[in-house]
Design a binder for this molecule. Sequence first.
Ligand code: PLP
Length: 480
Amino acid sequence: MTADHPPSPPERRAGEAMTPDEFRRWGHEAVEWVARYLEVVEDLPVLSTVEPGEVRAGLPPSPPRWPEPFGDILADLDTAILPGITHWQSPNFFGYFQANSSGPSVIGELVAAGLGTQGMLWSTSPAATELETLMCDWLVELLDLPERFLSTGPGGGVIQDGASGATLCALLAARERVRGREGLDRLVAYTSPEAHSSVLKGARVIGLRDEQLQLVATDARHALDPAALAEAVRADVAAGRRPFFVAATVGTTSSHAIDPVAAMAEVAREADAWIHVDGAHAGAAAVCSELRFVNDGLELVDSYAFDPHKWLFTNMECDVMFVADRAPLLAALSVSPEYLRNQASDSGAVIDYRDWHLPLGRRFRALKLWFVLRSYGAEGLAAAVRSHVAWAQALAGWVADDARFELAAPAPLNLVCFRHRGGDDVNRELLARVNGTGRAFLTHTVLDGRFTLRMSVGQTTTRRHHVEATWRLIAELAPR
Ligand code: PLP
């Protein structure tokens, strides 16, 4: 694994770049390695079982002094890296929300890496910016989102690193809208206790104390109660505080609850507060016309984000964030030093995506999405998502039909939350036994104070028989 001697021909001399010919050879080998991996991933234990520190202990503690033969590096993937991989691309992966990949996406990543552009400004690679704008506009059409999110009006879309980053940017834009008129101390944001932890993290990042994020009561379906939101806003205004941000979730992480976006937007509008909708996972469902209830109320909101890197077959990191009015976001995030000035930016005729998020530099983010959207097509995406939902609904039926189990929450899409009636310890033990077989991987949450199993049916290569086999495994291992 180590090369402690100078390389001998035909390996590269120290400091020399890999030639295109060498790249061709090793690139082919690497693609072959990935293809073989994808052929066998289904049979690998889904959850890595290495002990903490084991992967590192299998690797040299220091970097190599001399260039190593490339074949050695690839060979070490099997021995040193694979044992420490949890196989998110296994069709038996049902944990968290999936982080989908797909062939077209991986190839798009490869090409983007090969081009190696840095698209901070339109002028630093016009295609990177213009394809991104087009992809965001395509998604407005594909998901039937409100036209106010199109780049041709005052709004527009941007690819963020994740839904967490999108929430932070929405908070920054909301903060910008009241800046100069309100001190940070008086600001109040609202969300539900079921919202993703990134809302609290974002609130902290912009400088709020935790108490400045109000957690509003939810109903029996774990969705935010808009009457409680209106009441909280009224009380805060009466106490001299300034409501400035409301975060709704479409498809909460724990249970896939869907907040009443339209009613929340109404409260936000009356309070002159920004409303952001986090549709991280569930938002992709709108590729299916019959599932467009996930878009309800979006025509009333300031910003919306969802992750193609969860359920739209596109590798991480790919979150698409839309704003109805880009001005506050740009006002919050545009800083223009002389060394970045250029004629195109000065003309105002182009988009510089560095102004839409925190980092300056950005790779060619839209390329893999372009590959995915073209390769699947609207019908292909809808068919895949529709199947996931159908199989999850079948699973919910099997759970309901087994007297030992109960559904822990409504399952509007592809996440099924359920528990054995035997109590928390039984469920904890059942989860450990199922995951311990290596034949499937599920995760858990706590709903209504009770330990709950979650099964998210959405991996790119999952088929109905994988869901059936996993349910059979759960049923077999569950106490009678
Ligand atoms: N929001 C919701 C509802 C989520 O479920 C998640 C992750 O599962 C996130 C936000 C965070 O997503 P990301 O990893 O893209 O930041």
